[in-house]
Ligand binder design. Structure first.
Ligand code: ADP
Length: 223
């Protein structure tokens, strides 16, 4: 059995974990495989800000699914048009399209700690991951930024003045919050039951939330 990065794992106290499980992010046999942390949180929860801080302080590779899709929509292709329309509406993009983009990105990395920000947001995302990427990386842990809907709404309205994002308008914001509670909250619940969740309260300011995040990751020997 792999240690799976749990708090109680003795092997995580040094870098020579030898459990042999491909699900263990610490095992020396997995040293060339990327360690992936899924990062979840509603729109406006501040997960992007925390990922940027983690990247700066601990050298994580930060892959934001929203940024991946925004990059892709600027290309001159049919796929770009399709993605653009979905992003503007605040709905979710097809999992197959997104997971292929993630796979391409992960294939360029080796043995790195990766924050996958904004994934998985629904059951379809999970299924696409399982069929395309699952066997290439140790089992991810999930960093969840838990925030009230009221706070997220307030932050998004504030950000809409300056972000220039096509989905930072009242209608798309409402839709994104709705999609989050209908599709992503059940995913969060599932990971909670499976003991894969690192949950962080994020009502307070970015510095305070970062302190908490760092503390939780240190407890799990991830940083
Ligand atoms: P936010 O978290 O504020 O909604 P993001 O930049 O993370 O902002 O995502 C913007 C949009 O990108 C989403 O509304 C959705 O259309 C698309 N998107 C991001 N992640 C996913 C995903 N995992 N599955 C499907 N669509 C996604």
């Amino acid at each position: 059995m792999g240690c799976n990065g749990s708090k109680t794992c003795e092997t995580t106290k040094n870098s020579t974990c030898n459990c042999g499980s491909d699900k263990c992010p610490h095992c020396k046999h997995n040293k060339d495989k990327n360690i992936v942390l899924y990062v979840l949180g509603g729109p406006g929860s501040g997960k992007g800000t925390q990922c940027a801080k983690l990247k700066e302080k601990f050298g994580f590779i930060h892959i934001s699914t929203g940024d991946l899709l925004r990059e892709e929509q600027n290309k001159d292709t049919e796929l770009a048009k399709e993605i653009k329309a979905v992003l503007e509406s605040g709905a979710l993009v097809s999992s197959e399209i997104l997971v292929k983009l993630i796979d391409e990105k992960l294939n360029t990395l080796k043995g790195q700690k990766v924050l996958l920000d904004g994934f998985p947001r629904n059951e379809e995302n999970i299924n696409a991951w399982n069929s395309i990427i699952k066997d290439k990386v140790p089992k991810p842990l999930v960093l969840y930024f838990n925030c009230s809907e009221e706070t997220m709404h307030k932050r998004l309205i504030g950000r809409s003045q300056t972000s220039g994002r096509s989905d930072d308008n009242e209608e798309a914001i409402r839709q994104r919050l709705k999609v989050f509670s209908a599709h992503t909250v059940p995913v969060v619940e599932k990971y909670k039951k499976e003991n894969m969740l690192i949950e962080i309260a994020c009502e307070s300011g970015p510095e305070e939330v970062f302190e908490l995040t760092e503390k939780h990751l240190k407890e799990r020997h991830i940083v």
